[in-house]
Design a protein around this ligand. Structure first.
Ligand code: EPZ
Length: 417
């Protein structure tokens, strides 16, 4: 298995363009299934999760061509409605295809998405909503069998939690349903807005995305369109935390600063100078970071759970104690044990992690257990003195395009072996 070998510490300097958002590309690729015409998606990141989505679309009968960061999908000949267990296992977020497959085929068969490293990943909110829209769903032997005896109909849906995936599945089912669907307590993440922008460009009638109430007026037909995927705000936050923890000075290009509003104040509180203009963010770190009093992960526009791990790494070398509360996922502290091997001082009590800043980290072999925790270990290796070898980097490749090249661009000594 491949490893990343990092020689630290190295102050990161320079400019870097941020790749397109994984968590926008996946639902957008599912949405192309609904289009009666060719869809061209620009700025698609080269990630294993995007490759998995390509395999799902091809399995369903779509023509998918990738040229660099442009993915072209023609779903007009799609004729299947199942996602094989192997593909579901490969990427549990394949559940975002459910709404689109049901909308297009009026039936769907897929295996129950397993849990993942972050804990059980229930889909009760997805299924409740789809049932309200007239979908019959049977769950047995780990398989979901869905059918629409008459037609998908608009419904009034209140989400008990602003689930990103459930909001996306509702959008993808409701966009061609008969009548109007009103979603209250909807997720407000930028990736939801990106999906709605794409669907509206194809002829959908979706209003209110970005707020907690979304109104979808079903239409009969969606054309194809050309769309540019928004930049990956979590990758951006990861690179910024690497610059912060190494006393660096970097500029990120092709970002949307507004998408990082929940995160930028954390860098400022830790003593970094942050300046933004329309699509750039500049961060200049102090020699020694200050602690961040408390970080609570919340649904957007709160602090994003996906940035918790990299930002925790940053606080490991800060002066003082930083407190994290992980409110979104049950077990999203798997990186803590590995950070301790590098010399960090962290105590986890349930959803709370207490980070006592230390003077230095020292390189050691560590193992990634999930995507963002793995990225956090790379960030730690950049700041640690000596050699850090990170294993399990297939987790990282799911969400970061050539992570070693990105950090090499900023002056890091890092290689994949
Ligand atoms: C999306 O996952 C992202 N994945 C996650 O990013 C991100 O962490 C998460 O949203 C929160 O922002 C993609 O977009 C592909 P949720 P999703 O439904 O849709 C509970 C990464 O690192 N819940 O908002 O699965 C759930 O258990 C990944 O890029 C239910 O209880 O997130 C969790 O505690 C990791 N029932 C919380 O809601 C449901 O039916 C948030 O889940 C659905 C969710």
């Amino acid at each position: 298995m491949a490893n990343l070998v990092i020689q630290g510490p190295s102050r990161l300097n320079g400019a870097l363009s941020v790749h397109g958002a994984k968590n926008s590309t996946l639902p957008l690729m599912a949405a192309t299934l609904l289009c009666d015409g060719e869809c061209v998606l620009h700025n698609c990141p080269q990630l294993s999760d995007v490759d998995a989505s390509t395999r799902i679309l091809r399995h369903l009968g779509c023509k998918v061509i990738r040229e660099g960061s442009t993915v072209t999908v023609d779903a007009r000949n799609a004729q299947y409605w199942d996602i094989p267990d192997a593909l579901m296992r490969e990427m549990r977020s394949s559940i975002v295809f459910l709404g689109a497959i049901i909308n297009r085929m009026h039936k769907a068969t897929l295996s129950f998405p397993g849990g993942c490293e972050l804990g059980p990943r229930p889909i009760d909110l997805h299924l409740q909503a789809l049932r309200k829209m007239g979908v019959l769903i049977e769950e047995d032997h780990g398989c979901l069998s869905c059918s629409v005896p008459e037609h998908l109909k608009g419904a009034s849906i209140g989400l008990s939690f602003p689930s990103v995936g459930a909001t996306e599945n509702i959008l993808l089912a409701a966009v061609c349903a008969e009548g109007i669907t009103v979603v209250s307590n909807a997720a407000r993440e930028p990736e939801i807005c990106d999906l709605a922008d794409f669907l509206n460009a194809c002829g959908a009638k979706i209003h209110g995305v970005g707020d907690s109430t979304i109104i979808i007026e079903g239409v009969r037909h969606l054309s194809g369109c050309e769309h540019r995927v928004i930049p990956d705000r979590i990758a951006a936050a990861t690179y910024l935390s690497a610059a912060a923890v190494t006393g660096g000075d970097i500029e990120l290009k092709d970002v949307v600063p507004a998408h990082l509003l929940p995160v930028l104040p954390v860098f400022e509180e830790s003593g970094c100078e942050v300046s933004v203009d329309q699509n750039r963010i500049r961060l200049k770190a102090p020699d020694r970071l200050s602690r961040v009093k408390s970080i609570r992960t919340m649904p957007y526009p709160g602090f994003p759970t996906d940035a918790q791990a990299p930002i925790m790494t940053m606080t490991c070398l800060a002066k003082g104690t930083s407190i994290f509360v992980e409110n979104i996922f049950e077990s999203r502290y798997k990186h803590v044990g590995e950070l301790l091997r590098l010399g960090a001082n962290i105590k986890v009590e349930g959803r709370v992690a207490i980070v006592e800043g230390v003077e230095r980290l020292s390189g050691a072999p560590v193992e990634a257990a999930d995507l963002r925790g793995g990225a956090a270990l790379v960030v730690a290796g950049l700041a640690a003195g000596g050699i850090t070898r990170v294993g399990g980097i297939h987790h990282i490749d799911r969400g970061y395009e050539n992570i070693e090249d990105s950090f090499k661009t900023l002056g890091a000594e890092i290689k994949r072996i």
